[in-house]
Ligand binder design. Structure first.
Ligand SMILES: C[S@@+](CC[C@H](N)C(=O)[O-])C[C@H]1O[C@@H](n2cnc3c(N)ncnc32)[C@H](O)[C@@H]1O
Length: 444
């Protein structure tokens, strides 16, 4: 029967050459003997030298994902690193070199997607070389790599336009999908990205700085950083002032690392008349930088910007601070990540008003059904997910949980659903199982 599989225009079938050599990587041993693999030693050294990897890696942890024969693992170890290498199958040639070198590389047979649960912690440097296109979920894969990286990940992958990418670098990035054997006659080659797509996906995965280091042949490689460049020695203006940080999807200062997308909404003040663009903002959450998704300037001082929660944050409180490219950092505001809800002692509600007219103890449906009130007694980490604002038994939509103000009260805004009956209702706030005293509110 005729083979109807479409072939990618990109080739990449090196299986016969590989079979003939028996090794993918080449090696030279201290006694002078050499193993001549499919990839030459010179090519491997050139690949390694493309990337910003320190000559002295002592005290650093390196993860080599999809190590194959392991030349990059052993090279990082030669530079002093404590290396962990993983591959989805046990590669006997890796173990052979490991023995011959008396290597201490920690070799684990693990599938890529088993990495987050492997309990390895974070690595200063992650090698993610020649693996992305083998994975079925490329953006998730880059996000997992980002979450495992403390400093820099080297992401090198097959791309479909290494020689021509500059001609269309401003076009919408493209990903080719290979359902079966289209790429290199291998069923575990899933995608081919354009260079722009590779860089965009590394940024979308939450690396704050992504620098293209190489594009040529069928490959491109990028250095993907988790931290911003150091602030300027001589700031060009005063830093921004951070006023408030909230979870933009679920009001409050609580975030979950288990959700695929969590965003920080930051309200800040910039010096009047300073022109700021999205790419000028440098937000840090704990140790990690994060890029601006959206920036809105309200007037000559006040701005709101949205940022993705960086992956890989440990459970606990993390300081958030902001700077512009040419300034130092702002003040810090804390957010809670994976901190369980605390049970409040006593909840007290005051100053309940219509959210538009500010008329007390009433809510006008004609005015939109907005209600605003102040609550004391809430724990420091607070999330709309743990709070219920009730009219009788009907839950209202919580649209804003403000910061704690003087006197320990916190403003909350909520919206009444359109089908609520007009007239008097019992109004209560519940948080983690504790309820405020009911009070009467009139829906008009
Ligand atoms: C093209 S080789 C890259 C080897 C080496 N990193 C380099 O760049 O020279 C791809 C490697 O990734 C491994 N690999 C493929 N899918 C994987 C997965 N799901 N989990 C872990 N390793 C995988 C393969 O077994 C192979 O060793």
């Amino acid at each position: 029967m005729k083979n109807t599989t479409r072939e990618s225009a990109r080739g990449l079938d090196f299986s016969e050459d590989l079979l003939a050599k028996g090794w993918y990587h080449s090696f030279e041993f201290p006694d002078g003997t050499v193993i001549d693999g499919y990839m030459s030693l010179a090519a491997q050294k050139e690949r390694y030298s493309r990337y910003p990897i320190s000559d002295n890696l002592s005290g650093k942890r390196v993860l080599d994902i999809g190590a194959w024969d392991g030349w990059f693992s052993f090279e990082a170890e030669r530079h002093g690193a404590a290396v962990t290498a993983i591959d989805c199958v046990e590669i006997p040639t890796f173990l052979q070199v490991h023995r011959r070198l008396g290597s201490k590389v920690d070799y684990r047979v693990l599938d890529f997607y088993e990495l987050p649960a492997a309990g390895f912690g974070k690595f200063d440097v992650v090698f993610f070389l020649g693996v992305l296109y083998h994975l079925r979920h490329p953006l998730l894969a880059l996000e997992i790599v980002c979450g495992l990286t403390a400093d820099v990940a080297i992401v090198e992958s097959f791309v479909i336009d290494a020689e021509t990418w500059k001609e269309h670098q401003n076009a919408i990035p493209t990903l080719e999908f290979y359902e079966t054997f289209e790429l290199g006659n291998q069923y575990d080659n899933w995608s081919g990205l354009t260079v722009a797509c590779l860089l965009a996906m590394c940024r979308a995965a939450a690396f704050c700085r992504v620098e293209l280091m190489f594009a040529g042949g069928n490959y491109a490689g990028a250095a993907c950083y988790r931290k911003w460049e150091p602030p300027p020695a001589k700031p060009a203006s005063v830093p921004p002032q951070l006023l408030f940080v909230s979870n933009s999807r679920t009001p409050g200062n609580s975030f979950s690392s288990r959700k695929s997308e969590e965003y920080l909404q930051c309200v800040f003040q910039a010096p009047p008349n300073l022109e700021i663009r999205r790419e000028d903002l440098r937000l840090e959450v704990g140790a990690f930088g994060t890029r601006t998704v959206y920036l809105q300037r309200h007037d000559d001082r006040n701005c709101t910007a949205t940022f993705r929660l960086p992956p890989g944050l440990d459970p606990g409180w993390h300081a958030v601070r902001l700077r512009f490219a040419e300034t130092g950092f702002s003040n810090e505001i804390r957010i809670a990540v994976d901190v369980p809800a605390e049970r409040p002692g006593q909840l007290v509600v005051k100053d309940l008003s219509d959210g538009m007219s500010w008329d007390r103890d009433q809510i006008s449906m004609a005015g939109g059904g907005f209600v605003s009130f102040w609550v004391s007694g809430l724990p420091e980490n607070r999330s709309a997910l743990d709070m219920r604002v009730l009219l009788g038994e009907i839950p209202l939509q919580i649209i804003w949980i403000g910061p704690t103000e003087t006197g320990g009260y916190c403003q909350i805004n909520a919206k009444v659903p359109p089908d609520v009956a007009k007239g008097s209702h019992d109004f209560r706030v519940q948080y983690a199982g504790v309820s405020s005293e009911p009070q009467v509110v009139r829906v008009l």
